[in-house]
Design a protein around this ligand. Structure first.
Ligand SMILES: [Zn+2]
Length: 65
C-alpha cells in the first residue's frame, strides 16, 4: 500500500472523497468538490440533524371502546 488513505468529506452524510491538496502547497481541504459543502454548511447541517434527532410527537393514543 503506497497510496495514502483517501480523505473523506466531513460534511454530515457525505461520503465523497475530499478534494486533493493543492500541488502548490497548503493543507488538504476537508470537504469534497461540492460547493455547498463547506465549514459553514456542515455546521448548519449538524445543527439541523441534532434537532431532527428528537422523535416527533405522536398522537395515536386512541382507545376504541
Ligand atoms: Zn461533501
Amino acid at each position: 500500500m503506497s497510496e495514502a488513505a483517501v480523505k473523506i468529506c466531513i460534511y454530515p452524510g457525505c461520503e465523497r472523497p475530499a478534494v486533493p491538496a493543492n500541488p502548490l502547497g497548503g493543507p488538504q481541504p476537508a470537504f469534497c468538490d461540492l460547493e455547498e459543502h463547506n465549514a459553514l454548511t456542515a455546521h448548519q447541517e449538524r445543527q439541523r440533524r441534532a434537532s431532527d434527532d428528537r422523535q416527533p410527537a405522536s398522537d395515536e393514543e386512541r382507545s376504541d371502546g
